[in-house]
Ligand binder design. Structure first.
Ligand code: AMP
Ligand code: ZN
Ligand code: FE
Ligand code: FE
Length: 304
């Protein structure tokens, strides 16, 4: 056996390749998952299946259970009381392939992302920063994102590190922030369900809401067809993991978990184990997800 931890029944349902903003190639990620002894891995690149598709043959070679996933940008939507905020939605296709309509819709999402990138580059140029969209795009593969802007800003000496690039130029509170024209989470949940996917709210800690607001929002999303909640994540401390585990059970949402591994741009996060070994995602989570058939039997977990 080439791994110390093989057979422990641990999986990772949230990881990025360099087809979005991770740094490992799909083949390298599969090798790492295999070396780590993971029983299953979901590749959840932003807005693209390209990393998953490139990884597929390598996963087959090492007999790694690879799950098709994706991470989508949405916005919180209509609530005036709550801050308008980005909501990351994970979508999994553990059983069915996505529909052609969904793949076409993704194409639109990538165009919209490119428009945002173009706007952001212009905005930064307007502020006297020497940056071009071509430069940024040369850093990415299938798609470029703000982490690629961050790398360039650091290389050019406009920021000391990625955190500073986000706080000064790229983040939601920076003056030059350019938002994406995303659909609401409820709309995207509907789109994922129609495509036969399993929609899951990613890293709920980042919603930045009080527990009451968060619960309310999750109930609303569940009415729109939400099926899961990411309870284990590198940014969730142990108490919060326990809290989300209970919340998922109470709201009858599938519990999921993953490291949100990005490779060298987030060096403190390890595939499978998260930050300082703070996560352990049981293989049962994937079995439960497979047990949910969409869209033909979505009502199975609906409240009585
Ligand atoms: P984009 O999808 O192009 O809007 O970029 C969003 C990505 O940027 C997220 O998925 C994170 O990986 C990264 N990101 C967001 N905020 C920060 C931050 N403050 N510091 C470092 N990375 C960030
Ligand atoms: Zn990312
Ligand atoms: Fe995310
Ligand atoms: Fe992610």
């Amino acid at each position: 056996m080439d791994s110390a931890s093989a057979g422990l029944g641990l999986i990772d349902l949230h990881a990025h390749t360099n087809e979005s903003d991770g740094t490992l190639t799909p083949a390298e990620l599969i090798n790492l998952a295999h070396q780590t002894g993971l029983d299953a891995l979901a590749i959840t690149d932003h807005d693209t299946f390209s990393g998953y598709e490139k990884a597929r043959p390598f996963a087959d070679t090492v007999k790694l259970n690879l799950v098709r996933g994706i991470e989508l940008n949405t916005r919180m939507g209509r609530d005036s009381a709550l801050k308008i905020h980005a909501v990351h939605l994970l979508a999994y296709f553990p059983v069915n392939e996505p529909t052609a309509a969904f793949t076409a819709w993704l194409e639109n999402e990538r165009l919209e992302r490119r428009n945002r990138n173009e706007g952001l580059a212009k905005r930064l140029q307007g502020d006297g920063i020497d940056i071009t969209l071509e430069d940024v795009e040369s850093r990415g593969r299938s798609l470029a994102g703000r982490p690629h802007f961050a790398r360039l800003l650091v290389e050019k000496g406009y920021a000391r590190n990625s955190e500073e690039a986000f706080s000064k130029y790229l983040g939601e509170t920076a003056p030059s922030f350019v938002p994406r024209q995303s659909k609401t989470a409820e709309e995207v949940i509907g789109i994922v369900r129609s495509a036969g996917g399993v929609p899951v709210i990613a890293h709920p800690v980042r919603l930045g809401l009080t527990r009451a607001e968060e619960r309310e929002l999750l109930l609303r999303y569940r009415r729109a067809g939400l099926l899961g909640l990411e309870i284990y994540h590198s940014e969730h401390p142990p108490e919060l993991q326990a809290y989300y585990r209970q919340l998922a059970e109470e709201l009858q949402l599938l519990p999921t978990g993953g490291s949100d591994f990005h490779g060298a741009i987030k060096p403190d996060i390890q595939l499978g184990t998260g930050r300082n070994r703070n996560i352990r995602v049981p293989a049962r989570f994937l079995e439960d997800m497979r047990g949910i058939r969409t869209p033909d039997a979505p009502r199975r977990i609906e409240r009585a």
